[in-house]
Ligand binder design. Structure first.
Ligand code: C2E
Ligand code: MG
Ligand code: MG
Ligand code: MG
Length: 286
């Protein structure tokens, strides 16, 4: 059909693709609006020591409460925001929000996800520094989650930004570890503080021997490099028991707690206030 449209132009543009393009454009326009209308919110998912007792921190996860469509998951709009260039504005909005909301939560760290696209902005570290300064949030309590793609991209400006963030005292976590192309070389070169083992490995505990062996191996190597390990997507007791047995430091997942809105954070903060939380300084974490 597309072929008939003109000599030499073989266009393969199906109605389905057209709908997809329109949807993307709609989401983009709506997201631009949402950034100013209060439709975005930050949810917080607690992270625990591997016995599940101690709250060590929270991961900030953006949510879009669309007036008509309801709750839209970041898996759906983050890729669109990345392609349209809106992502950096969104990520800086999330960071500022977190710094305002979590400033007085006590001695817990908060992890914020950044996109590789953010690192193309030459002055990322300056922007982050300004937000910390303006909100009074201590750099030592901030952890930035980056993905393997960033390191794989090998952009010199990304490396510079990462070093600048580290030098400010911010911790760096490598998210979704094992799902892409990371190697231990990257971990050493970029001096990440924490790796987060991708959910896909955790979910295969008890199903494939490979997953269990890989997790065991990653924890050993990380420990040898004085890097902490967080397991993400922990859903069952069996998974938790295995992670304890191999000495994985921290766990995060629905078994322990789902992401909660700001109003749901208090019950976890009570535990922090009772001393059921770990100090955040680097030396004590290791
Ligand atoms: P991520 O950073 O790997 O975050 C973990 C995701 O796993 C979250 O999905 C979380 O809700 C979900 N999760 C947590 N525990 C479990 C579990 O036990 N089982 C299962 N099946 N899932 C679990 P969410 O919130 O939908 O976010 C998806 C992804 O979107 C995130 O993956 C992150 O890459 C991205 N994202 C979220 N917020 C932001 C943000 O503010 N900025 C950027 N750039 N990306 C974000
Ligand atoms: Mg993350
Ligand atoms: Mg992750
Ligand atoms: Mg993930």
């Amino acid at each position: 059909r597309a072929k008939a449209e003109g000599r030499g132009s073989l266009r393969v543009f199906t109605p389905r693709m057209e709908r997809e393009v329109v949807r993307r454009r709609d989401v983009e326009l709506e997201l631009k609006r949402a950034l100013t209308t209060g439709e975005l919110a930050v949810y917080y998912q607690p992270q625990f020591s591997n016995d599940g007792d101690v709250v060590v921190g929270f991961e900030a996860l953006v949510r879009w409460l669309h007036p008509v469509q309801g709750l839209i998951s970041p898996g759906e709009f983050i890729p669109i925001a990345e392609q349209s260039g809106l992502i950096t504005e969104l990520d800086m909005w999330v960071l500022r929000r977190v710094c305002e909301q979590a400033r007085d939560w006590g001695d817990v760290k908060i992890a914020v996800n950044l996109s590789p696209v953010d690192f193309r902005m030459g002055n990322l570290a300056d922007t982050v520094r300004r937000i910390l300064h303006e909100t009074g949030f201590p750099a030592e309590r901030l952890e930035i989650e980056i993905t393997e793609n960033l390191l794989f991209g090998n952009q010199p400006e990304a490396f510079a930004s990462l070093s600048a963030l580290r030098n400010m005292g911010i911790r760096i976590a490598l998210d979704d570890f094992g799902s892409g192309y990371s190697s231990l070389g990257y971990i050493r070169r970029f001096r990440v503080d924490t790796i987060k083992i991708d959910r896909s490995f955790i979910q295969n505990i008890g199903h494939t021997e490979d997953a269990a062996a890989i997790i065991d191996c990653v924890v050993r190597l990380a420990r040898a490099l004085a890097i902490t390990v967080t397991a993400e997507g922990v859903e069952t007791r069996e998974q938790l028991r295995y992670l304890q047995s191999v000495g994985c430091h921290y766990v995060q997942g629905f078994l322990l707690a789902a992401p909660v809105p700001l109003s749901g954070v208090d019950r976890y903060l009570e535990r922090v206030a009772r001393g059921e939380s770990l100090p955040v300084s680097r030396s004590q974490l290791r």
